[in-house]
Design a protein around this ligand. Sequence first.
Ligand code: IMP
Length: 428
Amino acid sequence: MANIVIIGAQWGDEGKGKIVDMLSAESQVIERFQGGANAGHTIKAGGRETVLHLLPSGILWPDALCLIGNGVVLDPEVFLEEIDALQAEGIDASPRRLAVSAKAHLILPYHKALDKAREAKRAGSKIGTTGRGIGPCYEDKAARIGLRAGDLARPDLVRAKIRHALLEKNILLTGLYKFDAIDADRTADALLALAPRLLPYITDTDALVHKAIQENKAILFEGAQGVHLDIDHGTYPFVTSSNTVSAGACCGTGVAPSAISEVIGVAKAYTTRVGSGPFPTELNDDTGSYLQAQGHEFGATTGRPRRCGWLDAVILRESVRLNGIDRLALTKLDVLQNLPQLKICVAYELDGKRMDYPPQGEGELAAVKPVYETFPGFEDDISGCRKYGDLPEEARAYIERIEELTGVPAGYISVGPGRDQTIIRQVA
Ligand code: IMP
């Protein structure tokens, strides 16, 4: 069966939740492999809207096994809150069908405090993080002082690790950032109080996913954020702290590259970005405001307005190269309806030179000039289109140019938030 990695091909918020939810209908296992509660995956189904920050989007399908891999940084409170919210809606989020890797690192209050303290201190060059403690938790992982989910079974180890971490962090928090110190014993008590609820979920997810592979089950690996927020390949330093590229699915779950059969890159039909950082096609004008209003472009995690701009085929081309994207899922095409003209950035210019791929040096992307092609817009309401041929000719021309520029077919075209508002194309 197909083992599919789904990643965001832009700067996050591409509508991955909807595509994962749709493909979950045909999958037996859905596993998240990186990021944490900084994600915001919105799913509209059965007349209700569900926003998930941490749990895999497949949780809404009752028969799917949902896993949180070792590459995720898990906020225990958010995890339990999401479970409670789902259970209140009658959705089973019990350990029968939801499991967390014992190797996943835990986000603690001091990670969130440090995230906020650093941002407050970064005069003029804020990353615009979600404040969810993501960066500081991955730092502890790399520094080899992190607390992992499996440690919860050993209260003495939890206490010792928290005390050790806070020795250093309290100096930073109080001395440098002028924040309050965090009490180690109280932090450990609060976490250990949650342990009886958390422990039944914590297990060897590597074994579960490998068993699923051996049994020829269909597995979806659900990415969070987007390629250009990748810690290595993104617009550093305005990035998140994990590998958001498709290869992250292997490191973040313990599955080998040879087990992956397909990569789907989800891209909005235009571009958005939350937080700081270069954005060559950003529109600080009425068209940008129109896209923001029509697309309800406000962050699902922080509520911040998303910056909006034209589709950038240069960053998409790089996403295809970095991820081995086989098919694109193009989302929110309906948001473009009624615009008189559409533009696609087909290349950049930097110091008089034309570039087909983004420059690699820090800060250089901020200096490029987008080269645009202009297309006629479409006025028809496309939200009811269910077949590719139903789309107006102008919309098809726009899609086909994106396919030409990126070299990959658009296998899914989303024309509204509903599960059924998706055109599925048979592509080679
Ligand atoms: P962090 O992941 O909270 O450290 O934030 C780092 C950068 O990634 C900031 O610019 C955030 O706005 C951005 N970011 C993090 N998660 C998401 C997401 O799910 N969608 C879009 N942007 C995100």
